[in-house]
Design a binder for this molecule. Structure first.
Ligand SMILES: *Cc1c(COP(=O)(O)O)cnc(C)c1O
Length: 386
């Protein structure tokens, strides 16, 4: 009541969290393999981020971008170091980061058309909803930005056939998250980059979900040796503090000169303190190697537990962004797992998406794999008896 019914909420109220564990208002404990949808990458209430926020709370909460904000500068340096790009712009969400990217690409190139991909997800504002290649996101809202064209994902030949001097940018996810945890192939992603170079268009990589260590690299494009012009990020960036960022190459700076773009809250001292503390922990090579190893451990555990089950069609992903494709409605599995004390989320109708905190323990990964097996075995048994 009193809330627009924009969300289908599960009947679950989480009242506390620490690390991988959350507790509901009935005192029941869960392993959280949703992490606020790839937000709590350091787990719940990571001590160093909490400390940084507490310190900032005691100093000053909000300072306008009319003034210098040293923590924002520091956060930008960490993002640039971690991405190899030159400048960062802070905003408050993934959609806003993509808005900034779309505006910047159009202004810098003086062109309007942007290519994005079917089954992509880029956000819910008008421009980012227009970028999103899913009719169900767009329906009912009237005319969209008219300048998006949607290409099939992972179709290298289709991209190679583009010969169009009016393309400002190609916008792509390294792994389609909402679209079903679909990893882009290196050949496809490199073809996108080559096409951008050929057309004089900008390559925009949406790392809102895949960035901030999620896949075992600072940003997932680093698995494929790519050299994007613009990278957008948000979800894991502030460990749960709402913040987004667009990072880009130096050549783009003149198009985002004073007055060209802005945000009241973007990169305020609290957000910047959260970003700085988060990145100081995640953008460390030993931490990232650990994530990659945990990812292998998890996939191996899932393969061992699930390979004998008929309902499991595929186990895929990178680092700790894993999809388990099943031939039954994935939402039923999510409900069943919640009953067993494991929180997971769907990605499309048939994919169970698993996004544990990057700080998850090996034992927790193994426990989760066993719980998923138990739920699937029960489902298969129920189907046989039906
Ligand atoms: C979640 C997501 C967005 C939108 O982020 P919001 O913070 O909800 O606006 C954009 N792109 C991708 C790839 C996402 O996963």
């Amino acid at each position: 009541m009193s809330l627009f019914p924009t969300y289908n909420r599960f009947p679950l109220t989480i009242v506390s969290g620490e690390g991988t564990k959350v507790t509901d208002d009935q005192g029941k404990e869960y392993l959280d393999f949703v992490s606020g949808i790839a937000v709590c990458n350091l787990g719940h209430r990571p001590p160093k981020v909490q400390e940084a926020l507490q310190k900032q709370l005691d100093q000053v909460w909000h300072v306008s971008n009319l003034y210098e904000i040293p923590a924002q500068q520091k956060a930008a340096e960490l993002l640039c170091e971690g991405s190899g790009l030159d400048y960062a712009f802070f905003c408050n969400s993934g959609a806003e980061a993509n808005e900034a990217a779309i505006k910047l690409a159009r202004k810098h190139t003086g062109r309007e058309k942007i290519i994005s991909f079917k089954q992509s997800f880029h956000g819910r504002t008008f421009a980012t909803m227009s970028a999103t290649g899913q009719a169900k996101i767009q329906e009912g809202f009237g005319s969209l930005l008219q300048t998006f064209e949607y290409f099939p994902y992972n179709d290298k030949e289709a991209i190679e056939r583009v010969h169009d001097g009016s393309v400002a940018a190609i916008m792509v996810e390294v792994i389609q998250g909402e679209g079903g945890v679909i990893p882009g192939t290196t050949e496809f992603l490199q073809a996108v980059e080559a096409k951008c170079d050929e057309l004089g268009a900008l390559m925009i990589i949406d790392e809102v979900q895949t960035g901030i260590g999620r896949t075992g690299k600072t940003f997932a494009y680093q698995h494929h040796g790519l050299n994007p012009d613009i990278v957008t990020t948000a979800k894991g960036l502030g460990s749960g503090f709402p913040v987004g960022a667009m990072i880009g190459k130096e050549k783009l700076a003149p198009s985002f000169s004073a007055g060209a773009h802005g945000s009241t809250f973007g990169g305020n001292p609290l957000a910047s303190a959260a970003v700085q503390a988060t990145l100081e922990e995640i953008f460390v090579s030993s931490f990232l190697t650990d994530v990659e190893e945990k990812g292998h451990t998890f996939v191996q555990a899932l393969q061992e537990e699930l390979s004998s089950l008929n309902s499991v069609k595929d186990i895929r992903g990178k680092g700790l962004m894993i999809g388990v494709e099943v031939d039954t409605p994935a939402i039923e599995l999510v409900h069943s797992l919640r009953g067993r004390g494991l929180l997971a989320v769907v990605a499309g109708p048939n994919v169970l998406r698993l996004l544990p905190p990057l700080t998850v323990e090996t034992e927790e990964l193994q426990r989760a794999a066993a719980l998923i097996k138990a739920s699937l075995v029960e489902q298969e048994k129920n189907l046989q008896n039906a």
